[in-house]
Each structure stands twice: as C-alpha cells, then as structure tokens.
Design a protein. Structure first.
Ligand SMILES: Cc1ncc(COP(=O)(O)O)c(C=O)c1O
Length: 360
C-alpha cells in the first residue's frame, strides 16, 4: 500500500530525490564510494556542498551580502546561536506565537535583556498578533519571529515593521513560499521538513551582523567562524547536505519556489475548504493566519479523534496525530506531499464522517 506521511518532521521527501539518492548510494558519480564515506575535504564532496549553497542562493535569490551556512544542532541550537551572535547592546524583542517561539525567547533570556513584544498564548496560539499595533523597544539588536508555527498551524502573512534586523525561524515554511531575503537579518531552518533528512540546519545571515559575537559564544556557534570556513570548520552532516542539494535541484527543475507555492496553496485550499464546509471537522485557527504547511483539525470528540488517527493509518495515511498541546489531528503538507496525498486524506475524511456522524 502506498503510504502518505503527514508527519510534522522529519517529513516526506520527494520520490525523485529518494530514487536518485538510492541509485547513487553505493557509487556516487563513479567514485566507487558512497557520499556517506567520503572525506568532507574531498573535491567530490566540496562540489556537492558548493552546489547545495549555490542552488539555495539561486532558489531564494540570496545576494552576496548574506552568508549561507550549513550547520548542525537543529533549529533549537539557533535559539542560542542567534542571541550569542547578534546581541550587541544586549536587548532584543520576541513575538511569541507558539512553543518553539517561546523556547527561543527563553534561551535568549540567558544572554540578554529580552522582551516579549506580543504573544498569542491567551488563545492557545491560534492566531498571529496584530502586527500593526506592536510597539518594539528602541535600540534593540533584533526582532525574532517564528514564521510558521508547526504545532498550532499558524503563519505570518506579513512581517512586523521594525528598523531592527528581523530574525525568523523559518523551519516549517522555508522554500514553501517566496521570502524577500533582503527584509531579514537572519533566516534559520531545520532541514527535516522542507529540505531533507534531519541533521542539517540552514542559516542565511547578513554578513555585517556577524563580526562581533558575544565573548562567551562557543567557537562552533560563531557564524563568523562558520562563514570563514564555508561551514567546514568541523565535519559537516555530509549526507544531509547531499540530500538537501538533490532537493534544491529538484525544486529548481519544478520551476522553483513560485511553482511549489502555487501547489502548496492548492493543497491547503482543498483541505481547508473541505473542513470549513463540514459540520463534523473543525480547524479553529484564525482564518487569515492559517498555515499552508500544518493543518490541525478535530472531529466532535477526543474518542473519534483517536479512532480517526488509527483508521487513517490502516488506510495508508500516517502520522496524523496532533501535537499533545492542541489535540486532534494535524496534517503536515510540506513541499514533498503530492496533491494525491491531500485528496486521499479528504476522501478518507468523508468516509469517516459518514461512518461516525451518528455517534456524537
Ligand atoms: C518552527 C520550529 N522551530 C524549531 C523547531 C525545533 O527544531 P529542531 O528539532 O530541528 O531543533 C521545530 C521543530 O519541529 C519547529 O517546527
């Protein structure tokens, strides 16, 4: 049975990327070796690494005044690396729109004077605060946002107005829609949703912001050191970088972010329209803030939610259980989820509704 994986991360990868990686796994480009065995200082790996960086630059239209870094430690490590590198006056403002945003702010508080400029905690993070009414403090080093909230299914459709550098955790939305990189001081994202396997973290940072990290910043977390060494200060996650490079190549072949965005909107519209027209399923996220990537929904009861998740898995629709802080279900429909996966989910939802409508 064909399985569609709706996991929030690690998530589905493109079939074409997996086939290419499988084909070349034992003997990459006539080297007689797998990429997993190659020295990270070899010419072959250097080509893979640099191709990955230049494809990402091309896809996201990243200019030369930004460094593109391939790091480790997940997005969570960036919760520390960002303040350790960017705090100069020692002050930064955070908008808290979910668990990860809250964790990012908590970590930053270890290093400086961090203020929560706005939060949507009062409604269990089911909306993005009104950006026009937020007043940021004067003389801050940056403003931090979490652009797509994986657990709660919200997304920013516009950016806060600030003259301070804007830092975004783009883990669950990078490459799903166009970003104007010039509007950001720093963009970071764990790879395991829209890029490739877990183990790689992408950081795109304006070079003028990274020259004076805090003196306590560990060497490995210094963006300046990583930039000087082309992210090869130590052994990088070679295979993840290779897989990311294949995913970037595949996305370019598909027509780039503009094209995948259209598909992502189609997939999300199909699912939200179905939920909105049903008296059985609910998505309680503020409509204008709905995520294109993570769609939480519930049936009329927790018992039905549990049977939904179980029966859906038997039907080849896996990892639909919602996060414990929200409950219900969550369909993560990242770039690699084909439209047939969403159609199959909707057809299962219809069938489940018919079978269980009378039970509530
Ligand atoms: C928006 C967001 N930020 C941060 C993280 C944490 O990422 P990692 O597990 O790579 O540290 C996640 C993980 O799901 C996420 O969705």
């Amino acid at each position: 049975m064909k399985v569609y994986n709706f996991s929030a991360g690690p998530s589905m990868l493109s079939e074409d990327v997996k086939i290419e990686a499988q084909r070349d796994f034992l003997n990459y480009s006539n080297s007689g070796m797998s990429v997993t065995e190659m020295s990270h200082r070899s010419k072959q790996f250097e080509e893979i690494h640099n191709a990955g960086i230049s494809l990402l630059r091309e896809l996201m239209n990243i200019s030369n005044n930004y460094a593109v870094l391939f790091l480790q430690g997940g997005a969570s490590q960036q919760f520390d690396a960002v303040p350790l590198n960017l705090l100069k006056t020692g002050r930064a403002d955070y908008i808290v729109t979910g668990n990860f945003a809250s964790k990012a702010a908590q970590e930053a508080k270890k290093y400086g004077d961090i203020s929560i400029a706005a939060s949507s905690k009062n409604k269990n993070y089911n909306y993005i605060p009104d950006l026009d009414t937020i007043v940021f403090r004067e003389n801050i080093d940056y403003v931090h946002i979490t652009q797509n909230n994986t657990i709660f299914g919200t997304r920013y459709t516009s950016l806060p107005k600030t003259s301070a550098p804007l830092v975004t955790d783009a883990s669950s939305m990078i490459l799903s829609e166009e970003l104007d990189v010039a509007k950001f001081g720093l963009i970071y994202a764990g790879a395991q949703k829209n890029i490739g396997p877990a183990g790689l973290t992408v950081v795109i940072v304006r070079k003028d912001l990274i020259s004076t990290p805090m003196s306590i910043c560990p060497t490995m977390l210094k963006y300046s050191i990583q930039e000087e060494n082309n992210s090869l200060y130590n052994t990088p996650p070679c295979f993840c970088i290779y897989m990311a490079m294949l995913a970037f190549k595949q996305l370019k072949k598909m027509g780039g972010i503009q094209e995948i965005y259209k598909l992502n909107v189609r997939k999300a519209d199909l699912l939200y329209d179905f939920i909105d027209n049903s008296a059985f399923y609910t998505n309680n996220v503020n409509k204008k803030d709905r995520s294109l990537m993570n769609v939480p929904f519930t049936t009329p009861s927790a018992e039905l939610d549990a049977s939904f998740v179980k029966e859906a898995a038997n039907y080849g629709l896996v990892s639909l259980k919602g996060h414990r802080s929200v409950g219900g279900m969550r369909a993560s429909i990242y770039n690699a989820m084909p439209i047939d996966g969403v159609e199959k989910l909707i057809s299962f939802m219809k069938q489940f509704e018919i079978q269980n409508k009378s039970c509530h």
